[in-house]
Ligand binder design. Structure first.
Ligand SMILES: Cc1cc2nc3c(=O)[nH]c(=O)nc-3n(C[C@H](O)[C@H](O)[C@H](O)COP(=O)(O)O)c2cc1C
Length: 198
């Protein structure tokens, strides 16, 4: 699994991001357990265009760089802050630019890919945003999301340090599970070819 690249996507535009801390925890655990390469796409570091359907080859600069990271990765850990009970608009904008092998470009990076999901929120009221909002977005792409998600609240952090041990451990398991799912997909002709229904 050492030649696999796991990309962490942080759907927050805050430079000082709790979500980034959580995603990094999952990436580090995956790298430690399985020797994978990791990359980070934190939306605070990219000045992205607004999605307008122009197709992946027509974006330039930061937007092209961000999309290239996604296209080149093999598996993903995707984290979002909860905004209004859902995932962030910045992440939605990014997802709106990722092709699924049709008119927006002939690549489909999320199709049949392993994706681990997590969110951070102010409180635990909106933990289902991961399953009811973010997971369906990846179902649209025909991704294989890891069944259990991770969720962290403000109480789990001191400043930006994640201090709640069970949450840290869950994030680590999520990172490892994402790579183990990617390996299972590689071994299975069916899992590697299913894709979206339409
Ligand atoms: C516009 C906005 C909307 C938010 N909506 C919610 C929400 O509906 N539920 C919630 O639990 N937290 C909400 N929050 C709090 C953030 O989800 C929380 O602080 C998160 O950990 C921030 O992540 P970040 O540090 O990675 O940006 C909201 C924050 C902002 C700025």
């Amino acid at each position: 699994m050492a030649d696999r690249t796991l990309l962490g996507i942080v759907g927050s535009v805050s430079a000082d991001s709790r979500t980034r801390t959580a995603v990094e925890r999952a990436l580090e655990a995956a790298a430690d357990a399985h020797g994978v390469e990791t990359e980070l796409l934190h939306l605070a570091d990219y000045d992205l265009a607004t999605a307008d359907g122009r197709g992946i080859d027509n974006y330039e600069g930061d937007t092209a760089d961000a999309l290239q990271l996604i296209v080149e990765a093999d598996a993903y850990v995707v984290g979002t802050p909860v905004y209004r009970g859902s995932y962030s608009g910045a992440l939605k904008n990014l997802l709106d630019m990722v092709p699924r092998g049709q008119w927006q470009g002939d690549v489909a990076p999320f199709e049949n890919a392993a994706v681990g999901l997590l969110a951070t929120g102010a409180t635990d009221h909106h933990f289902l945003a991961v399953d009811q909002e973010l997971r369906p977005a990846f179902a649209f792409f025909g991704a294989h999301t890891v069944g259990g998600a991770a969720y962290a609240t403000a109480d789990h952090f001191e400043e930006r340090e994640l201090v709640e041990e069970p949450v840290r451990e869950r994030l680590e398991t999520l990172g490892e599970a994402t790579i183990e799912l990617a390996a299972a997909i590689d071994k299975s002709e069916a899992l590697g070819s299913l894709g979206p229904a339409i």
